[in-house]
Ligand binder design. Structure first.
Ligand SMILES: Cc1ncc(COP(=O)(O)O)c(C=O)c1O
Ligand SMILES: [Zn+2]
Length: 416
């Protein structure tokens, strides 16, 4: 079982009397769950690697859940780590890998954390789970709640893509679209509502749920056979992915299951890049920014209030960096990933590839470095990002002559 040794404040050290408290009563920081893992041995590592269960739950002892019977799983995890030779050649990175999280059950990385979060909710006996979201967490919380037999309420800002709202509704969630921005109006109402109704909070302010993304580190340690890449680049909004991945790597280092960890990179849209700004300034706290509109709508977060500062610390501890990319760079990376690697990633997810290109172009990444780009959300989440014209949908007369004309329009050699 996953044994919680302590829950404590990472800033002031405070330990609350109850393990169901999420926030420090002294300094308002989000608390951190610590697991008792020091009894695990390399034999456990091999057992976990060889488990028939390929979901994140083969790493059960690393998650804060007492009973296996509480697990809420849709088969998340163990996503492909694909060598991307053609894309790598284009970017000048000989050893480029794509960690393809677009194939997760609801199409985004959020399933890693919500599988853990909703399992804890079930173990604690909650009836309703809630989240506010730029879209992907909404669908994920809705799906895992459905699997758990828990009702869900999801709150999304008005700018959210219709496909994401439709997906959350399909899982039976109560979806509320709110007039206002994610960071301010939606956040304020969400906080008040969770207090008012006593819902289970599925945000990054829930330290139990945050543990789920540690599974990136465990899976990569398995997939690289105990080795680590030089770099892992992660599309970043609230900072949970970077924080949790680093925590997972540190756990494996402490157990001696790996010898070194990768340098972590936070990739952000330049329209919402508070973590990049703080990294570049050399400060330890994040100054919130007003997020501008960006094609990377899933990571349009200007105020990563819960875990931003911890992600920042993780970037520095790992020797990594933070990179902001423009919408044009993101769309180019999305197109290249589709055309040269066969993966349709949503724009937010393609920020990792855009950042890889930028870091290679500036010489930070060396030609032979082993680089992993996390592709965190499926392109079908936001299909309107692929800009087509009416011509693309207009049928042609069924003749070879018209077919030839159409093929010529694409300018691609479709010969034998
Ligand atoms: C597609 C996608 N990528 C990445 C993230 C990164 O989030 P975080 O920084 O909280 O790990 C999100 C979540 O908002 C997302 O939806
Ligand atoms: Zn504190």
């Amino acid at each position: 079982m996953g044994i919680v040794s302590t829950i404590s404040c990472p800033k002031c050290g405070y330990e609350p009397p109850s393990r169901t408290v999420f926030q420090c009563s002294q300094c308002r920081s989000i608390l951190e769950v610590h697991l008792k893992i020091d009894q695990l041995t390399p034999v456990d590592f091999q057992r976990m690697r060889q488990s028939q269960d390929k979901s994140i739950w083969r790493w059960f002892e690393f998650f804060p859940l007492a009973q296996r019977s509480s697990i809420v799983s849709l088969g998340e995890g163990n996503t492909p780590l694909l060598p991307a030779t053609r894309l790598g050649a284009k970017l000048g990175i000989a050893n480029l890998y794509l960690k393809n999280d677009t194939v997760l059950p609801t199409g985004s990385l959020k399933d890693r954390s919500n599988s853990v979060g909703l399992s804890v909710a079930r173990e604690w006996g909650f009836k309703t789970a809630a989240v506010m979201s730029t879209g992907n967490a909404a669908a994920s919380v809705a799906a895992y709640s459905a699997a758990a037999g828990i009702n869900s309420v999801v709150m999304v800002p008005a700018a959210t893509a219709a496909s994401k709202i439709i997906q959350a509704r399909a899982y039976g969630a109560t979806v509320v679209v709110i007039d206002g921005s994610f960071d301010y109006e939606v956040a304020k109402l969400y906080k008040a509502a969770v207090q008012e109704f006593g819902w289970y909070d599925c945000l990054s302010s829930n330290p139990y749920r945050d543990e789920g993304k540690k599974s990136y580190a465990y899976e990569m340690a398995d997939q690289f056979d105990g080795e680590s890449p030089d770099w892992v680049i992660h599309p970043t909004a609230g900072g949970t992915g970077i924080f949790a991945m680093w925590k997972g790597y540190k756990e494996f280092l402490s157990l001696g299951w790996i010898e070194r960890a990768p340098k972590l990179v936070a990739a952000q849209s330049d329209a919402a890049a508070p973590i990049v700004a703080a990294f570049e300034k050399g400060v330890f706290d994040i100054e919130p920014v007003v997020a501008r509109d960006t094609v990377a709508e899933s990571i349009q977060v200007g105020n990563p209030v819960s875990l931003g500062w911890r992600a920042l610390a993780a970037l520095r501890e790992s020797g990594g960096t933070a990179v902001a990319v423009s919408d044009a760079e993101i769309l180019e990376a999305q197109a290249l990933t589709g055309r040269l690697a066969g993966i349709f990633a949503e724009p937010a997810a393609a920020t990792s590839v855009a950042a890889a290109k930028k870091l290679r172009d500036s010489g930070v990444i060396k030609p032979d470095d082993v680089v992993v780009c996390n592709l965190t959300g499926h392109g079908l989440k936001q299909p309107e990002a692929i800009r087509l014209t009416d011509k693309d949908f207009t049928p042609i007369a069924p003749t070879l002559e018209m077919l030839r004309e159409q093929i010529a329009r694409f300018g691609i050699n479709c010969g034998r």
